[in-house]
Design a protein around this ligand. Structure first.
Ligand SMILES: *Cc1c(COP(=O)(O)O)cnc(C)c1O
Length: 395
């Protein structure tokens, strides 16, 4: 068998305008990056706090490498679990206000590990339709019955929970939805989990570091709205977005964490991440809590974009987070706007179906504390000019 059938599939994707291409970054991540030989102003990283190139984190990583070397050399259960990993797990538990935490190599692996460790054939999983792909993949791999509810539709979720006779029930939701930027109705989800005796898995990949006064994420953001019975909450967050480094963790009840060490296959059967990254992350936690100006700057930039951008057809979607999608509609139009911005030295990703529903192609604008007011104003001016430009329109 040759690979010619793959060539045909690739040609088809190309013809449909769906072929994905990678850009090559030649600089650190930041507001301004060098991409394919060109300096551009970027609004498409998840480095929300501008920590990916923070001098204190770089220094901590270097010191970590001096002390521990560059590779962990083994999985956590063999000899790869270093003092830096151990300290980071303790600090993450304290930071999130949950009893215990466990590090995973990536968010994708954390979601696979947790869901497959907790659910099997006789169990049920209830998932928001807009959840991240890793949560859906994990659900399939677990063999649990998977029920998806329309985005944030608590009435449908309640009906599904009420009619389920499964042994274990797990409600799963992005805390901040990655393509829309809106925040899940966490207090209401938790109330339903109480009522129907289910667990709640919150994927806070885009909230950790960003939400809450001290950046502790969605639980801090919602803390005033209810008291936590944290025994039901499985909190997961990633460390490669706002935290600026790499990795992920799961936090929750001590029994939950103890079980994951025994049963989460994506934890057990993989090499531990380099301890130098844990050293950098310890510094990141300190910076996240201490440098409150980063979240204040973000909030200011979000307001500037929302109040400053005056458009007719294109619309910012309702979001209070640094993910500020601009709804364009037709895919080709979104691609054209993105290309036109690129010609003006501004990088914003066009997101098209099947990543988002048909007819809702959008520019996924992400803001960072590394941006200045002038950077965001430049984006606003460019978008306002482009909306009236027939080159960009499909109408
Ligand atoms: C990015 C992301 C992940 C995956 O995290 P990685 O550490 O990049 O593997 C999981 N869930 C959500 C909602 C994400 O946005």
């Amino acid at each position: 068998m040759t690979f010619s059938s793959l060539s045909l599939d690739l040609q088809q994707r190309e013809a449909d305008g769906l072929l994905r291409r990678r850009r090559t970054l030649e600089s650190p991540q930041g507001a301004r990056v060098r991409v394919d030989g060109e300096e551009v102003l970027s609004f498409c990283s998840n480095d929300y706090l501008g920590l990916a190139n923070h001098p204190a984190l770089i220094q901590a990583a270097c010191a970590g490498a001096q002390h521990f070397g560059v590779g962990a050399g083994a999985s956590h259960l063999v000899t790869g679990h270093s003092a830096a990993h151990q300290e980071l797990e303790q600090k993450l538990a304290e930071f999130t206000g949950l009893p215990a935490a466990l590090l995973f190599s990536t968010g994708y692996m954390a979601n696979l590990g947790v869901i497959t460790a907790l659910l099997g054939r006789n169990d049920a999983l209830f998932a928001d339709k807009l959840n991240h792909a890793s949560l859906n993949d994990a659900a399939l791999l677990s063999r649990a019955r998977m029920m998806r509810y329309p985005h944030a539709d608590l009435a449908v979720l309640e009906r599904q929970l009420a009619s389920s006779t499964a042994r274990r029930k797990l409600v799963v939701s992005d805390a901040v939805f990655s393509m829309d930027g809106d925040i899940a109705p966490v207090p209401e989800l938790l109330a339903l989990c109480e009522k129907y005796d289910a667990w709640l898995l919150l994927d806070d990949a885009h909230g950790f570091g960003v939400l809450g006064k001290t950046g502790r994420g969605v639980l801090e953001h919602c803390a005033s709205q209810f008291t936590f019975h944290t025994s039901r909450i499985i909190y997961m967050a990633t460390l490669g977005k706002a935290a600026g480094v790499f990795g992920a963790f799961v936090a929750g009840a001590p029994e939950l964490i103890a079980w994951l060490v025994q049963a989460a296959r994506s934890y057990i059967y993989t090499t531990a991440t380099p301890p130098m990254l844990a050293a950098a992350l310890l510094e990141s936690l300190r910076v996240i809590a201490a440098e409150t100006w980063r979240r204040e700057r973000l909030a200011e930039l979000v307001k500037l974009l929302q109040h400053g951008l005056k458009l007719q057809r294109w619309q910012l979607m309702p979001s209070e987070t640094p993910i500020q999608p601009l709804l364009i509609g037709p895919s080709q139009e979104a691609v054209r706007v993105s290309e036109n911005l690129r010609q003006r030295g501004i990088l914003v990703a066009a997101i098209r179906p099947p990543t988002v529903p048909q007819g809702t192609a959008r520019l996924r604008i992400t803001l960072s504390a590394a941006h200045s007011v002038a950077d965001v104003q430049r984006l606003i001016d460019a978008l306002q000019q482009l909306e009236g430009n027939p080159d960009c329109s499909c109408m």
